[in-house]
Design a protein around this ligand. Structure first.
Ligand code: IMP
Ligand code: MG
Length: 179
């Protein structure tokens, strides 16, 4: 897989260090509140599994699936959600865990939907933020790294479902998706 990357943007060591720090921040901010951490599949699964183990206090987890991409590298603008959590989020301190916020459409859609369902609080934690491409007006509460406007894969992030198991985060060579 390494040969398909133009370069490695974030190494597994850099990611691990930052994820540990994010976990400490969440613990500090949610002490005693037993938050419900929600993994937005599939891209967040690797980040999520590391993050929850770096939050050293009682919490619960849930999963939902959101997609806006298909197999292109630019957002289709249409968000599909499977497994909306409805009753499970009522009166809970919900922390949405995303892999990357790009146009912001996915997270804006999920937030608007959840705010109608009686959550006690709603917080967004994203590993990566690409603020230069924002279309929807949405800001994450916790960000791992700001990244430039390039298509990145690995550590859960995919191109056409590939590279999710690459342990670092790399910028994909443009010829991979241009062909
Ligand atoms: P948004 O709705 O445009 O913010 O898109 C968010 C989703 O698009 C993320 O959860 C990712 O699944 C996907 N995405 C956005 N940028 C990238 C990227 O550079 N690499 C891989 N997936 C991406
Ligand atoms: Mg995703």
């Amino acid at each position: 897989m390494r040969e398909d990357m133009a370069y490695i943007l974030l190494s597994r060591e850099q990611i691990a260090q930052r994820v540990k720090k994010l976990g400490e921040c969440i613990r500090r901010d949610f002490e005693g509140k037993k938050p419900l951490m929600v993994c937005i599949l599939k891209g967040s699964v690797v980040f999520f599994s590391d993050l929850i183990r770096s939050v050293d206090m009682p919490l619960e987890i849930e999963f939902m699936t959101a997609s806006s991409y298909g197999s292109a590298t630019v957002s289709s603008g249409e968000v599909k959600v499977v497994g909306a959590l409805d009753e499970k989020i009522r009166d809970r301190h919900v922390i949405l865990v995303e892999d990357i916020i790009d146009s912001g459409r996915t997270i804006a859609y999920i937030k608007a939907d959840m705010l109608n369902k009686g959550v006690k609080s709603l917080t967004v934690c994203t590993l990566l933020d690409k603020p230069s491409r924002r279309v929807s007006d949405v800001q994450p509460d916790y960000t791992g790294f700001e990244v430039p406007d390039a298509f990145v894969v690995g550590y859960g992030l995919d191109y056409a479902q590939a590279y999710r198991n690459f342990p670092d985060i790399g910028v994909l060579k443009p010829e991979i998706y241009e062909n």
